[in-house]
Design a protein around this ligand. Sequence first.
Ligand SMILES: Cc1ncc(COP(=O)(O)O)c(C=O)c1O
Length: 358
Amino acid sequence: MSRPTRAVIDLQALRHNYQLAQSLAPKSKTVPMVKANAYGHGAARVAEALSDLAPAFGVACIEEALELRDAGIKQPILLLEGGFDAAELQLAATKGFWVMVENHRQKDAVINADLALPLTVWLGVDTGMHRLGFQPDEIAEVYKTLNSSRNISQPIVFTSHFACADDLNSDATTKQIDSFKACAPVTALQSLANSAAILAWPKAQREWQRPGYMLYGNSPFSVPQENADQLKPVMSFESAVISLRNISAGESVGYTANWTAQGDSTIATITVGYGDGYPRHAPNGTPVLINGQRCPLVGRVSMDMITVDVTALSQVAIGDKAVLWGPELAVNEVAEHCGTIGYELLTRMPARVPRVYS
Ligand SMILES: Cc1ncc(COP(=O)(O)O)c(C=O)c1O
């Protein structure tokens, strides 16, 4: 038997989540974000599973786009950070990749490139996140310049990204939408919504939407939300018990002996560790499902193993199933224990963990 640690990926759940995003904005085209190896789920397999539904895909960089092309994905692929040099623009044009243009350097590079074919451009506006994008007061001039270039294939898509759409009480999203409305021509194609906006900010709906995290079945919100409650988690991160021992009160467990048993305890060792993407800083008490029951992590996370207090379980044996996160234990909950977000836990899962598709 091989090491039982694996990420089981439910492609039907993925399709359900995509269809939910589509149904919330029936007039929009839904472009799945499959960057960072599809948030850890395996970009090629995820894109294949959505390829009869999705009109295009979104990635961070050309290497990710090329991986999808090599896997046989035919749709246009949007490079969210645009091209990094002239050679990339040339490759993007020939491979059917769309490029984000969000600063003057990128704009000039596109205009001055010697392209075999014109490029499809998404024009980024900085409506308040202050990370990427042209300022609203310069966008008209930039649009005019791009429009007159032979290197641009029409139409240009106006886009912006939200900083706080996951905060349902913040007025930042409304302010960003207002800023966008004030500078994006009504006749232009537009794209605003990420997962949180698709789920909770209908006024962000435009011709194109860009869901990421929600596709993988997890809520971008820290509170229940009726649309997010319909999502189905796609990944089940599973492992198994490989060793069991009874220890006496006062004995410690693991590196640095940072947890000491208050009473006589049964400790299960699970074959998963930070080398598999389970966060090393997960504190004592982080929940782990053993045979479907919540048990607390105890002791430091090692590279290949964790230890769990299973004293409360009436039955446990070597080989029993452990779930680190999945449909019955939200990755968001585990992330919260670790002072991070589920996005990070998913995207950091390394290649060592086999992805098993169901
Ligand atoms: C430009 C852009 N659009 C869409 C997304 C998808 O966001 P989410 O995963 O929150 O849906 C991202 C993710 O970081 C992004 O950078």
